[in-house]
Write a protein that binds this ligand. Sequence first.
Ligand SMILES: Nc1ncnc2c1ncn2[C@@H]1O[C@H](COP(=O)(O)OP(=O)(O)OP(=O)(O)O)[C@@H](O)[C@H]1O
Length: 320
Amino acid sequence: MLRVRDLNKVYKVGTFGTDKLHAVRDVSFDIAPGEVVSLIGESGSGKSTIGKLVLRLISTTSGTIDFEGEDIAGMSGRRLRKYYQRAQGVFQDPFSTYNPIFKVDRAFDTLRNNYFGSMSRTDWDEKVREAVRSVSLEPESVLGKYPHQLSGGQLQRLLIARALLLDIKLLVADEIISMLDASTRIDVLNLLGDLRAKGLGILFVTHDLSLGNYVSDKVVILYKGRVVESGITSKVFGQPLHPYTRNLLASVPQLDRKWDEVEAEEAARAVELDKHCFYHEHPETLEKSTGLIEVDNGHLVGCFAMSADDPCPMGATDDR
Ligand SMILES: Nc1ncnc2c1ncn2[C@@H]1O[C@H](COP(=O)(O)OP(=O)(O)OP(=O)(O)O)[C@@H](O)[C@H]1O
């Protein structure tokens, strides 16, 4: 359904826009219907930029994004409107999405004006109520209210309901639960699970490894805009190969492991990597990547071996 290939985004920065910031580098991944793919990485790794590129909120520098076989860069007019009927985004801070001086219903009305102009008011109101119920909210408790009268979780679910009115096939969910409390988080996560079961493809953007592990079928681990590892979640998290992924996972506290043990493992890995891995020696630059190596079916690892005949000490070669 969604096919992203060799995506690059370079921002112009600096006072006169003369400097360049390479925010996304050669990123490729696919999302099938009913599949959740998580983009995981630390702050500044390019996750949100990729989400915005997929929603065409910003333009690509190079690379392609195909949705149902059509390059979204070439869409305009009716075709672009149709794309937005099928692909929508929900972002981190639900409060900033609503205008505080209007009731939340206004977010739905703008959609009616754009896409459902010919529908009668009665039919539209019923359609909205149905969408609100589908995200486990009571229409009477939330419609007609101002944003400050509702919780973050209710506002977030209303935004998902709004997207669902369009019968979308792809949802870009960018850190959508990071501002919610624990009990509301689980409601929104369960809702995403229900939507996935109905065939919705979800691009889930998060910096939280455990969340990525919980919700996704596949993960794409990003470091400074570049994919360092990707594949089926259980494979990437069960057998992480790239030093960055391993360090990320090692940094998540585990009840059954002592910190000394984790540190000793990391030190042993550092010895293996010394003078072999460009990433290990110079993590500040990723220019020397030799691309991604497929180590297992769909499990790709970014390789930064220092020379072509230098076997990657992290196992990112065919014979390991
Ligand atoms: N409009 C912009 N102009 C210039 N640079 C930008 C712009 N938007 C993002 N960047 C830069 O691009 C890089 C990637 O940013 P992005 O927001 O995609 O990262 P992220 O992984 O989503 O981070 P976070 O988790 O903090 O939101 C960062 O260095 C950021 O400062």
